[in-house]
Design a protein around this ligand. Structure first.
Ligand code: ADP
Ligand code: UVW
Ligand code: MG
Length: 403
């Protein structure tokens, strides 16, 4: 890294999208942000926001895969004089969803690291291939630049064995690396620290239940800054009801479908990951649309909302018991940050646990961390916007600066 280099480009490659941010780590200024969505589908589009006074730009319909998307991102950055060839770029940070047990820290990517991420593809089939394609393309564009992987699983490696293990035959589980890994860890870590700061407490002495509710959704129990349990498991399918994923079901549903509905493993996988959750229940996976439909009297949307909230409430109760003492329940990500009715419904009737939401505070729309519990409440309830890209940038820059 040259002395002048203080910029980090962060790539968060999802199954069909790439979110990106270019940051200057000395000034913490965001120089550009953007999103490519519906990659490989019809209606793909790139929205690029230069933050140095330029207007938002949009491109549509030309991204066959993540490699094509990333090349277009590089072109947009170049058009703003922020191209990947800039000597000010110190590193590229990548979100990698599954790091298994091999990766507990941010890691500079080399061939060996790539091989290990590839080996983990069966455990995160929607995510790791996209992450790998993003890394490979970025390495082609700037072979000389350090590329850092920041793993979704890393924050959860502190889970005790009794939370991380399934009650499966131990030999079979070990032979196939079957255990609970947990995901969205970068977000759970970032939000836990920000929530402790909001409470004015030392993170090491703060117990939190963090609810990351985006398209994918997960809950974590965090004791003194360390994860002690989380709702996602071997893959990002377990736990809460999500946009398109079922979350928890009786595993016998799978054998039942294979034996009685003529479905093979691939079809059941597709059903549970892509055609279940909110979209399977009511045909919409966007919480805004579900709220609109509920107001219009749509019974399927109402039931989908109730199932979503009921699952959330069960995890809240479970993690309350796991932690024993809870300082705050923290909502984050697209739904958690924006959907006041979800927050209200998830906590309704929990006054006995010291959990209450103030209706006026809950209705406030803001991008800032904030409390939504009434003054003097026994347990705080907070909304804390997540910023996975900023957290990845910090971890990436810290690693390359130390080298
Ligand atoms: N104003 C809003 N009200 C309710 N839900 C919202 C709002 N804005 C975003 N969302 C929800 O957030 C979800 C996306 O969350 P996000 O954290 O961006 O997900 P991901 O990173 O997994 O793609 C959308 O599917 C939508 O349901
Ligand atoms: C791990 C996971 O579910 O990620 P996302 O929410 O981005 O799909
Ligand atoms: Mg997300």
């Amino acid at each position: 890294m040259t002395a002048a280099a203080s910029r980090v480009l962060v790539l968060n490659s999802g199954s069909s999208s790439v979110k990106y941010q270019l940051l200057d780590m000395r000034t913490l200024q965001r120089l550009a942000t953007g999103l490519v969505e519906r990659i490989g589908e019809e209606g793909a589009r790139l929205v690029h926001t230069p933050l140095n006074g330029g207007a938002e730009r949009e491109r549509t319909g030309e991204f066959a895969d993540h490699a094509a998307a990333l090349r277009a991102v590089a072109e947009e950055l170049s058009a703003d004089g922020l191209g990947l060839d800039s000597p000010e770029l110190a590193a590229i940070g990548h979100r990698v969803v599954h790091g298994g047990l091999s990766f507990t820290e941010p890691t500079v990517i080399d061939e060996e690291v790539l091989t290990e991420i590839e080996r983990l593809v069966p455990l995160a089939p929607l995510h790791n291939p996209a992450n790998l394609l993003g890394i490979r393309t970025a390495r082609e564009l700037r072979p000389d630049l350090p590329q850092v992987a920041v793993f979704d699983t890393a924050f959860h490696t502190t889970m005790p064995e009794y939370a991380a293990r399934y009650a499966l035959d131990a030999k079979t589980a070990d032979a196939h690396r079957i255990r609970r890994y947990g995901f969205h860890g970068t977000s759970h870590a970032f939000v836990s620290r920000a929530a402790a700061a909001l409470l004015g407490k030392d993170p090491g002495e703060t117990n939190l239940i963090v609810l990351h509710l985006g398209n994918g959704a997960s809950a974590s129990a965090v004791r003194g800054g360390s994860c002690v349990d989380t709702s996602m498991g071997l893959t990002p399918l377990e736990g809460l009801v999500m946009g398109t994923r079922s979350g928890d079901i009786d595993p016998a549903v799978i054998f039942h479908l294979m034996r009685n509905a003529g479905m093979d493993a691939g079809e059941v996988d597709d059903l549970l990951n892509k055609r279940s959750g909110l979209i399977g229940l009511c045909g919409a996976n966007d919480m805004r649309e579900i709220q609109r439909r509920i107001e219009e009297g749509d019974a399927a949307a109402r039931l989908a909302f109730e199932i979503y909230v009921h699952r959330l409430k069960k995890y809240l109760g479970a993690y309350y018991a796991v932690l024993g003492r809870v300082d705050a329940v923290v909502f984050t990500a697209g739904v958690g940050e924006n959907a006041a009715p979800v927050r209200e419904a998830a906590l309704s009737g929990l006054e006995g646990l010291g959990l209450e939401v103030d209706a006026e505070l809950n209705a406030v729309r803001s991008k800032e961390p904030r409390l939504i519990s009434p003054a003097g409440a026994r347990v705080a309830v907070a909304v804390v916007p997540t910023d996975e890209e900023l957290e990845i940038a910090h971890q990436t820059y810290a690693l390359v600066s130390a080298e």
